[in-house]
Design a protein around this ligand. Structure first.
Ligand SMILES: C[S@@+](CC[C@H](N)C(=O)[O-])C[C@H]1O[C@@H](n2cnc3c(N)ncnc32)[C@H](O)[C@@H]1O
Length: 361
């Protein structure tokens, strides 16, 4: 994870035609860093930093090269100085955070990442914070495990995007993907079908069971619009098509913080307010088994013991949406894991919950 995160900060950059000698050295060192020539990058910046020891960008690049070489003390000195010179530059804060993380100091790591996202929208810092909060395999891996374990005959996915999660469905699974603007070129296999519709439109105007060859939904993944009332309607529409032993997963149920959980997107890293759905299901549907698997980066809700005949949510839809829209994010303060009924992100724990489902009806 470490080097991926660092690398993601450097897009190859051509030197500007009329650069000063100092900027030319910095540009050359950046290129060397991109090429993994860390010692050469450090050597290139030596003369410049002897002449101008307060050149923040040169310190940042040299510190990053030291970090890549796992020379943490040198990295700490250069990156710490760069941060002191430019305290609101998120790249400097972030790589200093990574240095602390590499040395096992999570308190400093968190504090620096929070500083980085206070001044600008800096996705890598949000991602690192999320990876400190939630451990283990990410949601793609857990979803892939679920497909192998459940071997569903039928699968519905709301929110296809480029098809990365849809392609995890096995070749024997009849899979329907729904997205108003899917960006995949073609489905991964002959049993996968993508519908360019909003999920509300799809459920209102299609015979879904017919499209599933007369079978109920075995497995579903809700990952469409990041506002909880949309995910709630998706849940209601899908549960009707399930059996009691079917499994519904809902992405983005474990938010990182209030800023990245806003209903209107203002950060690259964004869960929206799907967390509200977990709280309302736990209140209004105590018959369901509602858990949030603590997968990075933003958790996976897992809903079991489904009741396709239940009309409680549909009948009270407007009142429930109004009630939960009024709820402030601060209700989660200090109680996030408890209120979301967090389940450890270990396959043994997850499969034990799956095994506790009612027998197939
Ligand atoms: C986070 S992406 C899905 C990512 C995908 N599941 C994956 O893991 O690779 C969310 C997708 O939801 C789609 N979306 C937005 N509103 C929707 C709606 N009302 N119904 C269905 N999909 C929707 C967007 O077009 C977007 O492609």
């Amino acid at each position: 994870m470490l080097s991926n995160l660092i690398r993601s900060l450097f897009a190859p950059k051509a030197p500007a035609p009329t650069e000063s000698p100092a900027n030319a050295d910095v540009s050359a060192a950046k290129v060397l860093l991109d090429e993994n020539s860390f010692q050469l990058a450090i050597d290139t910046l030596g003369p410049l930093l002897r002449e101008r020891p307060d050149h923040a960008e040169a310190l940042f690049i040299r510190g990053t090269a030291h970090l890549e070489l796992q020379r943490h003390e040198e990295a700490m000195t250069d990156l710490g100085r760069a941060v002191a010179l430019s305290p609101s530059e998120p790249r400097y804060l972030y790589n200093l955070a990574i240095t602390h993380w590499a040395l096992g100091d999570s308190e400093q790591t968190i504090s620096l990442c929070k500083q980085a996202v206070r001044t600008s929208d800096f996705g890598p810092a949000h991602l690192l914070l999320a990876n400190i909060d939630l451990h283990g395999e990410d949601y793609f891996n857990v979803l892939a495990r679920m497909h192998s374990y459940l071997r569903p005959r039928t699968y519905i996915e709301i929110g296809v995007f480029r098809g990365a999660s849809l392609q995890l469905a096995g070749p024997d699974t009849l899979a329907l993907g729904i997205d108003p603007e899917p960006l995949l070129k073609q489905p991964a296999g002959p049993k996968q079908f993508v519908f360019s519709k909003t999920s509300d439109d799809f459920f209102a105007n299609h015979d879904v069971i017919g499209k599933l060859g007369g079978q109920k939904v075995d497995f579903a993944f809700i990952d469409g619009m990041h506002r909880f009332e949309y995910a709630l309607r998706d849940f209601i529409n899908i549960e009707r098509l399930c059996r009691s032993d079917s499994v519904i997963l809902i992405h983005d149920c474990f938010p990182l913080d209030a800023q990245t959980a806003k209903r209107d997107r203002c950060t690259a890293f964004w869960s929206g307010d799907i967390w509200r759905l977990i709280l309302l299901l736990r209140k209004y549907r105590p018959d369901l088994a509602v858990h949030t698997i603590s997968t990075p980066p933003t958790g996976l809700g897992m809903i079991l013991n489904l009741d396709p005949a239940s009309r409680i949510l549909a009948d009270k839809l407007d009142a429930i949406v109004a009630e939960y829209l009024a709820m402030d994010y601060s209700v989660l303060d200090g109680r996030k894991r408890e209120l979301l009924n967090a389940c450890p992100n270990h396959w043994d724990s997850i499969s034990a919950l799956l095994d506790s489902r009612p027998a197939r009806s």
